[in-house]
Ligand binder design. Structure first.
Ligand code: ADP
Ligand code: MG
Length: 247
């Protein structure tokens, strides 16, 4: 397969922090429309890997290709424009704005939170907001102030803000932390919906949740890949049980 067949091709990626390799010659390929889950013990390098892909952290060596474009030395905002969306662990929504406004300000080239007056909310923006609100199960909350949403709804809103930009690769770091079991179920369905149009990478610890959503699972340990494949295979791997699942 050539690199263009993948949504993302990470090859021999390394990052050192003062000589410590948080990511160590890691190679990983994600298919288009794949939902990949990354698991592994704390400190394995999972968050750092997402930092490298989105451009928050610079690689020391190796390559990251997205849509056959080399990202490794590209600025973070240019990666966003190319179609990479990243959700961090703490939601960064505008608590004082409504759900509608939070989505609206996330529309590429739309109004900014600051220069709000004079912006024309076009039908195009409105229909996009509506479609995303349907996806994130907040269609009946468009006029609600975001600060009043439940913790889970805030997480969905932030995913919605990323979806407004129609990313081709969406990365989520522990998206169900702190959610109720009903919210977890709904989030699993949400992720299954949104990976129909894009590749999605999720870091998660909840094995029931991982089982429900993962097409393939990558197990990381000490900056490297310990195992990779379908959940059943990875779960039965003695190396994985030893360093992660057994604890
Ligand atoms: P995980 O998300 O799998 O729990 P992280 O990617 O957060 O792991 O961290 C991997 C390792 O890299 C940890 O030992 C962490 O302390 C270290 N690390 C991460 N970011 C930095 C940084 N900016 N500077 C120094 N060390 C870091
Ligand atoms: Mg982490």
């Amino acid at each position: 397969m050539s690199n263009t067949d993948f949504a993302l091709a990470v090859e021999d990626l390394t990052v050192s922090f003062d000589g410590f390799k948080a990511i160590d010659a890691l190679t990983l390929y994600i298919d288009k429309n794949e939902l990949r889950v990354i698991i592994g013990p704390n400190g394995a390098g999972k968050t750092t890997l997402l930092d490298l892909i989105c451009g928050k952290t610079r690689a020391s060596a190796g390559s990251i290709k997205f849509k056959n474009t080399e990202l490794t030395r590209m600025a973070e905002y240019r990666r966003v424009r190319l179609g990479i969306g990243r959700k961090f662990q703490t939601p960064s929504i505008y608590e004082n704005l409504s759900v509608f406004q939070n989505l609206e300000v996330s529309y590429p080239g739309g109004r900014s939170v600051f220069g709000a007056l004079g912006f024309k909310c076009t039908d195009e923006v409105k229909s996009k907001v509506q479609a995303v609100a349907d996806d994130i199960m907040l269609a009946d909350k468009l006029d609600t102030e975001a600060g009043l949403l439940s913790h889970g709804q805030k997480q969905w809103l932030e995913i919605g803000m990323l979806l407004m930009q129609e990313p081709e690769l969406l990365m989520l770091d522990e998206p169900i932390a702190g959610m109720s079991s009903r919210e977890r179920e709904l989030t699993a369905e949400l992720l299954q919906r949104i990976c129909k149009n894009r590749a999605v990478i999720v870091i998660e610890h909840d094995m029931e949740f991982v089982k429900r959503i993962a097409h393939k699972v990558t197990v990381m340990h000490q900056g490297k890949i310990l195992a990779e494949g379908p959940m059943e295979k990875v779960q039965a791997d003695p190396k994985v049980i030893d360093v992660y699942l057994g604890h």
